[in-house]
Design a protein around this ligand. Structure first.
Ligand SMILES: Cc1cc2nc3c(=O)[nH]c(=O)nc-3n(C[C@H](O)[C@H](O)[C@H](O)COP(=O)(O)OP(=O)(O)OC[C@H]3O[C@@H](n4cnc5c(N)ncnc54)[C@H](O)[C@@H]3O)c2cc1C
Length: 484
């Protein structure tokens, strides 16, 4: 067995682990990162950027949002079911973190909203291909380079498997190298940052009741198996609920053209299996709300419905609600896109010449659906008395062919599971810190109560980077104190 000596071992090199490593090293600790994958960056390599509150980007654009406002908004949103001290520290540090990242070479496009009702807290990283998915990989590259400059050692393809303790204190981490051999990192502080359990469908089923591929579609990266959760629980951490970081999606979205994704997620008519509406479709832009609402429907499924006039309107004028994830409003190839999806066997797209036939294809109650369409068409002439939908989005369903798409609950992965305090110390059932054990990022993200908060976007990566920094600070202070 190979043994390494360090003061701090960071278990995983996603954004929380990288931030923890850099911060601990900047604060004088000798740090080793062990990472399961062959590269660092984790899920954040897919994303666009972290939250910041009170940053120079917001001030420059007169987008006034203070830590106090964001804190109060967040605590109201979560009904005070979360750790106010941790939220306060995270939000209070977030503007400094944006500057800290800039100091190591990260550039930002600015501060953005996710949809009109959200706040402009999403600091999208500048990359070489414009605003869009994967921009945050540039942030991870800068963190990795800074860590190496500080002398942090990285052991890639080396998954952590056990926290070693003696006399109630952390003394090391056991891992496996790429040849399957055991590796021991002797250290007095370990920071767990393994990103939750989004790819562990068994654990998701046990902890949340969702069945991946049936009533929930996680788009987590591979390898996120809940290793850190298990390691922390075995080491005595208090176990908190593991939740899906809800974000609704169209079935088989990864194979759909951008235009189909864009059109079918507009505030169209939305019905459940009974053929009945169940929400004000204006809120479909908030994919957490949409995912929650769909989760409460029979079979946890819904259908977004348009007719040919609506399709042609979007194809001619572009969609009304764009998102920075799908920034191009041009959907002129929508009809081709839906045909291609169906030709490739997508089971979530439907095209029919009558409303009845569409209902049959969707497996929706035919009579109810016909009645809903009639009522909805009446609302389009006057007002939506049922759910008060914005008049702008009320467009009748009359002209064949009719199109529908299956909307399902989805998630970026899981959040939560390990109890930490505002210093990112892992705590036991009595709320007492376990000496030398820390956690950051999704493994410790118990801050949304039951619903990820898109109203302050960038909150997931923002939480990861900021708690990584906090854990790095606390761990470095502890190893220094231990040595004195
Ligand atoms: C498509 C997509 C887009 C997103 N966009 C955004 C966005 O724009 N803004 C935002 O705020 N959030 C976004 N998110 C969420 C954000 O990326 C995550 O919240 C964030 O990456 C979590 O960071 P983390 O460090 O906790 O975990 P991760 O980024 O998931 O990293 C975990 C790391 O742990 C490693 N690992 C796992 N097990 C072990 C083990 N046993 N030993 C060692 N290493 C291990 C993994 O290989 C991985 O590198 C997005 C997520 C996805 C999937």
């Amino acid at each position: 067995m190979t043994t390494y000596n360090a003061q701090v071992c960071v278990v995983a090199g996603g954004p929380s682990g990288l931030a923890a490593a850099v911060q601990a090293a900047e604060n004088g600790a000798d740090v080793i990162v062990i990472e399961k994958a062959a590269a660092v960056g984790g899920a954040a390599n897919m994303g666009m950027g972290p939250l910041g509150i009170g940053t120079r980007y917001q001030k420059a654009n007169m987008q006034d949002i203070t830590v106090e406002q964001a804190f109060n908004m967040f605590m109201e949103y979560t009904h005070y079911n979360v750790d106010a001290r941790l939220i306060r520290r995270y939000f209070g540090q977030s503007a400094d973190t944006i500057e800290w990242l800039e100091d190591m070479g990260v550039e930002f496009e600015g501060a953005f909203r996710y949809f009109p009702q959200s706040m402009p807290t999403w600091h999208i990283v500048k990359c070489d291909s414009g605003i869009g998915p994967r921009a945050a990989s540039f942030m991870n590259k800068a963190l990795y380079a800074r860590a190496q400059e500080l002398g942090v050692r990285f052991l890639l393809e080396t998954p952590g498997k056990k926290i070693l303790k003696e006399n109630d204190k952390v003394v090391g981490v056991l891992a496996t190298d790429k040849n399957g051999e055991d590796v021991e990192i002797r250290c007095s502080a370990a920071i767990i940052c393994t990103g939750g359990a989004g790819s562990n469908f068994k654990l998701i089923k046990e902890e949340t009741g969702y069945t991946h591929g049936e009533d929930m579609f996680s788009f987590a990266i591979p390898g996120i198996m809940g290793d850190g959760l298990r390691m922390a629980w075995e080491a005595g951490a208090d176990k908190l609920p593991v939740r899906i970081e809800q974000a609704a999606q169209l079935m088989g979205v990864e194979d759909l053209s951008v235009s189909v994704g864009n059109v079918m997620i507009q505030p169209n008519l939305l019905v459940n299996k009974f053929g009945r509406r169940f929400m004000n479709e204006d809120y479909m832009q908030n994919s957490t709300y949409l995912s929650n609402a769909v989760s409460h429907q029979p079979g946890r499924v819904a259908f977004s419905v348009i007719d040919t006039s609506i399709a042609h309107y979007y194809m001619k004028h572009g969609v009304e609600n764009t998102s920075l994830v799908r920034p191009n409003p041009d959907v002129s190839d929508f009809v081709d896109g839906i045909k291609t999806a169906m030709a490739h066997g997508n089971k979530g797209m439907f095209v029919a010449d009558t409303v009845e036939e569409l209902a049959e294809q969707m497996g929706v109650d035919v009579e109810n659906f016909k009645r809903t369409v009639e009522e909805y068409n009446d609302f389009c002439e006057s007002a939506d008395d049922e759910f008060f939908k914005d008049r702008r989005y009320l467009r009748p369903i009359r002209k064949a062919p009719f199109y529908a798409a299956r909307v399902c609950p989805g998630g970026y992965g899981t959040v939560g599971g390990i109890r930490i305090n505002e210093n990112c110390e892992v705590c036991d059932k009595n709320f007492q810190p376990i000496h030398g054990l820390y956690a950051a990022g999704a493994d410790s993200c118990n801050i949304y109560d039951d619903s990820y908060m898109f109203l302050l976007p960038g909150n997931s990566m923002g939480y990861a980077v900021n708690t990584g920094r906090i854990a790095g600070m606390t761990a470095a202070a502890q190893v220094k104190a231990d040595a004195e």
